[in-house]
Unconditional design. Structure first.
Length: 205
């Protein structure tokens, strides 16, 4: 049986990437991490990938004429490795149709809020400063918009009275590290179906 091949896109420290690696190494997640794609060659996630023996494709966006130009190179890397699923795990770039069209329904992103509330960057800070009582984490399909794709899964948490933003951030990251590998496993097992904006996750028989 062919392995289920994933590529992870990340731009920063890579804690979600590490959570996936840990689940693979502990046999909790039966996938093959074929590639890390990173738009910052000096990002901490690159070191994590090297340590985990995951191939790395790095680039500097300013060295290309357009997003489409560097995404065409990324698409070739993905095609060469026969990647089944793209996992956006803290990748801070808008995706164009160069990747969206061939991978629609096979590209997910994790976002630290209950979408559609607080899309974009600094979502935890946005929610915290707005004063919401409930926030959480969303995993959604990528459609090329700003955190606008169909929602696969969400987990909510209450913000405690007097809780600091740092403490909230830590709790949200902990939820991310559990939810993202879980959704990857659902997709690997063929349990996720997408019709329009509605996503259905089949129960295990």
């Amino acid at each position: 049986m062919q392995p289920y091949r994933i590529a992870v896109f990340a731009s920063g420290s890579g804690s979600n990437f590490q959570a996936i690696v840990d689940c693979v190494q502990s046999k909790e997640l039966d996938v093959s991490i074929e590639l890390l794609v990173c738009d910052r060659p000096d990002a901490l996630v690159v070191g994590r990938a090297i340590q985990a023996n995951v191939p790395v494709f790095t680039f500097r966006p300013k060295e290309y004429a357009s997003r489409e130009a560097y995404e065409a190179l990324i698409l070739k890397e993905l095609s060469d490795r026969k990647v089944d699923l793209i996992v956006m795990a803290g990748y801070m770039r808008i995706i164009t149709n160069v990747l969206v069209e061939p991978f629609y329904g096979r590209m997910i992103n994790i976002h630290p809020s209950l979408l559609p509330s607080f899309p974009g960057t600094k979502a935890i800070t946005q929610a915290y400063e707005y004063g919401v009582k409930l926030t959480g984490v969303t995993v959604h399909f990528v459609d090329g918009g700003l955190d606008s794709g169909p929602i696969v899964a969400q987990r909510s948490i209450e913000i405690g009275e007097g809780e600091s933003e740092a403490a909230l951030t830590q709790r949200i990251h902990a939820i991310e590290h559990g939810l993202l590998p879980q959704v990857i496993d659902w997709l690997r097992a063929g349990r996720v179906s997408l019709e329009g904006r509605r996503v259905t996750v089949k129960e295990v028989e």
